[in-house]
Every structure is written in C-alpha cells, then in structure tokens.
Design a protein around this ligand. Structure first.
Ligand code: AVJ
Length: 316
C-alpha cells in the first residue's frame, strides 16, 4: 500500500508531483533537468565544474576574466546585474570589478543555496547591494519592486540555455529580453559544437561524478513524488546526438524493475531508459540568429582560442 506520509502537502507540491508522474509514464520516460538541482545536486554540479574533463566552466571563466574590460565597454551603464540560475555565484565575481553594478540579483530554483551564495558575495564585495530570488526561470521571473527598471543586465552563463529545446530556448530568450527591458541587455554563455570525444568525456567523466549527479535526480524525485527509485539499479548513459547537435543523458535500468509512488507505478524492462537531460551545442552563427529572432538588437561575441565556448552580449 502507498505510504500516505509521502503524499505532497501543498497544492503546488501536488501539481509538481502530477507533472513528474506524467513524465515518468511517457514512453520513453523523462525527468525534467531541473530535478538535478537539490542541495546534493548543486554540490555535485559544483564538483563537475572542477573536473578535468568538464571544460565549459573553466573556459567561460577564463573568457570573462580576459574579456571583462571589453564586455564592460560593450554593456555600458549597468545598474543591476541579474543572474539567472546563479547557483554558487562564482562567475559573477569575475565580472563585478569591470561592470561595477549597484546591485546583484541571484535567481535560482535552489533558493537556500543561492541565498547562501549572495550572502557570501555581499561579504566579498562591500557596498554591493545583493538579493536572492527563488524562482523557476522557465516562467517569467518577478523581481522585487526595489530593483530599478533602467540599466539591467541579465546574465545567463554556463550554456544552461542548452538544456531547453530550440523552441523552449526561443521562449526563454524572449522572456530574458522582457526582463532586461528597453535599454538593458543580455550576457549569455553558450557551449559550441566540437569533437565528439571532447564532448562525451565532459558528460561521462572518469571519476563518475556526472554519473552520480545523474542518479541523484532519482533521489530528488523520491523526495518530491514519494517514489521508491533505487539509484544503484540505474546506469549513467551520455552521448552526443549529431543529428540534433546535443549531448543526451539517460538513466538505463540495469535489470527489469518497478517504480512505485502514491497513486501510480511504472515497470521498466532491463535496458529501458529515462531521458534526463539534453545539452544543445549551437553553432555561433545560428545562436546569433536566434537572438535576433528573439528581438535583440546589436550583438557581440567573444570566444576562446579553441572556439569551444562563446560569451555573447546582446542589446534588449
Ligand atoms: C548546467 C546545463 C550547463 O549541460 O553542461 C553538466 C549541466 N549536466 N554535466 C551542462 C550538466 C551534466 C550543465 N548545465
């Protein structure tokens, strides 16, 4: 019999559980990539960013440092810097000296994690106003009223835009343009297509941290849905899908098994997969077109010497 204590307690949590169950009952089953980021998942992602195979974070950080002055000149007046998916707020530290905003707003789905990070940021940058906003950035984000409308720069680093479908990415870019407002801008990081071996190693590291990150989503689902996933029964699978120019991550059942939750269940055959993440790699010219399509005006891009990663400034 289902464990009644595992039932969601609020109506929002109930809606969320319904959405998770619906995704698990599809063929193939899927989990929204946002379920990677519970407390443990945020810590594991931080560990991923320090892996030798995971080039995006260190490549982007080097770009921000090296091009900081040029980026600041391109941006011009910046009153508030608004980071979406701010996480540990590590990257913004590289931009603050050049951009000198009055205020930093960290928006993240992991509210406690980002609150801790902005508090630390305030200690490191005396005089900077900071604010944490817990929000799912796939819905239009509402900022506290005290954040000025003028001089906003929306910062979306890390190639996180790659987690959305191309259509979803377009919707998000339009929302970011609205959030930046007239006269504002967007500074966005995107991972570029490159040799398959480089891409695949970055999402299937030798130390198995990405595998643990992938399986941790199951524990997060257990907490949200009351399901009984056993992570050890699932194998991490990651590969580059050339036709769609994306890394795909899946969890593959090692044996035939059943997953139960209050009000539902699903059987998985041995070898059956749950699709947990896409990470699109857009060629730079294509992404520039998407920005224009989303209504952004002048754009400027900086890349590293290998052309592995790009940071783009677009005027709203
Ligand atoms: C945070 C979405 C940018 O796609 O590279 C890292 C997440 N997944 N390793 C990415 C991730 C597996 C990451 N983003």
């Amino acid at each position: 019999p289902p464990d009644m204590r595992a039932l969601p307690e609020t109506s929002a949590a109930w809606d969320e559980a319904q959405a998770i169950a619906q995704d698990l009952l599809r063929t193939p089953a899927r989990i929204s990539a946002k379920y990677f980021y519970d407390q443990r998942g945020c810590e594991l992602f931080e560990a991923i960013t320090r892996l030798p195979e995971y080039y995006p974070t260190r490549t982007e950080k080097a770009l921000l440092l090296r091009r900081g002055a040029e980026i600041a000149r391109s941006v011009g007046n910046c009153t508030s810097l608004i980071e979406l998916g701010a996480g540990n707020c590590e990257k913004v530290r590289l931009l603050l000296p050049a951009l000198q905003p009055q205020c930093f707003v960290g928006v993240d789905i992991a509210g406690d994690f980002v609150q801790g990070a902005v508090d630390e940021l305030a200690r490191a940058f005396p005089g900077l106003e900071v604010c944490a906003v817990e929000a799912d950035i796939t819905a239009p984000v509402t900022l506290p009223a005290r954040i000025a409308r003028e001089g906003r720069l929306v910062f979306y680093p890390g190639s996180s835009i790659g987690n959305f479908s191309p259509a979803g990415a377009m919707t998000l870019l339009r929302q970011m343009r609205a959030l930046a407002g007239e006269g504002g801008g967007l500074l966005i990081g995107i991972d570029l297509p490159k040799a398959t071996a480089v891409l695949e190693a970055a999402y299937d590291d030798a130390a198995g941290i990405t595998a643990e990150f992938n399986r941790n989503a199951l524990l997060h689902l257990n907490a949200c849905l009351g399901s009984d996933f056993e992570p050890a029964q699932w194998e991490h699978v990651a590969f580059f899908n050339h036709a769609r120019s994306r890394i795909e991550m899946h969890l593959q059942a090692r044996e035939a098994l059943q997953v139960r939750w209050p009000g539902g269940a699903r059987a998985f055959a041995a070898g059956e997969r749950i699709h947990t993440e896409n990470s699109y790699k857009y060629p730079l010219p294509l992404f520039m077109q998407m920005l224009t399509q989303a209504g952004f005006k002048a754009t400027r891009a900086w890349t590293d010497d290998n052309d592995w990663f790009a940071v783009i400034h677009a005027q709203a």
